[in-house]
Design a protein around this ligand. Structure first.
Ligand code: ITT
Length: 203
């Protein structure tokens, strides 16, 4: 199936920038919503939350919608922040963290605090995409394995990028150029998997 125009179901400008960059490589016209919809992400999985976001935006805009639900999974922290990644600083798991400069900074400080003295630093980024066309749709997934650094490094990207070191790379995700992140990131892989589904004629 050939999709020309698509609206991103996100209120996160940095995430939207990445999705736009990745999709435009496939000649798609990518739009961002004029107004963010306040969606309650009540699902217990990334897929469920991506579906909830896609549905909410489809109801409002009635055009092809692509939603992304993503996050950081730290094995030694029972899979947290997981689906709570964007607001981990205020989650009761591990105690709340005060916001001093930004939410991203508070989230990072909390993960580093919880990881103090823990040897197993393995983690992964996960992204689930849901495409909604109203009467049809599909989903795709991408993962990026790595580990949690002892302190933040770099200023590119967003979220937990400064404390995440992708497997086989001697830099944090926030030290990579945008095109380097796209090649290995969970979101890059998920978008390429989605394109395969669309091109494979399975939708
Ligand atoms: P929308 O729901 O409006 O899309 P959001 O930021 O709340 O925006 P999520 O609920 O999917 O999105 O939460 C994703 C969080 O996971 C995000 O805020 C970051 O903290 C983290 N995250 C996801 N992808 C990331 C990436 O590529 N690099 C760093 N952190 C990432």
């Amino acid at each position: 199936m050939e999709l020309k125009r698509i609206l991103l179901a996100t209120g996160n400008p940095k995430k939207a920038e990445e999705m736009k960059r990745l999709l435009e490589a496939y000649s798609m016209q990518v739009e961002v919503p004029e107004e963010e919809i306040n969606v309650e992400e009540v699902g217990s999985s990334f897929l469920e939350n991506a579906y909830i976001k896609a549905q909410a935006y489809y109801e409002r805009y009635r055009m092809p919608i692509l939603a992304d639900d993503s996050g950081l999974v730290v094995y030694a922290l029972d899979g947290y922040p997981g689906v709570f990644s964007s607001r981990f600083y205020q989650h009761q798991y591990g105690g709340k963290e005060e916001v001093k400069t930004s939410k991203d900074d508070a989230n990072i400080r909390k993960v580093l605090r919880l990881m103090q003295g823990i040897e197993n630093r393995k983690a992964k980024f996960v992204a689930f995409l849901v495409l909604s066309l109203g009467d049809a749709g599909c989903w795709a997934k991408g993962e990026c394995e790595g580990s949690i650094l002892p302190e933040p490094r770099g200023s590119q990207g967003f979220g937990y990028d400064p404390i995440f070191q992708p497997e086989g790379i001697q830099k944090s995700m926030a030290q990579l150029k945008p095109e380097e992140k796209d090649l290995i990131s969970h979101r890059g892989k998920a978008i390429r998997n989605l394109i395969k589904i669309l091109r494979g004629g399975k939708l």
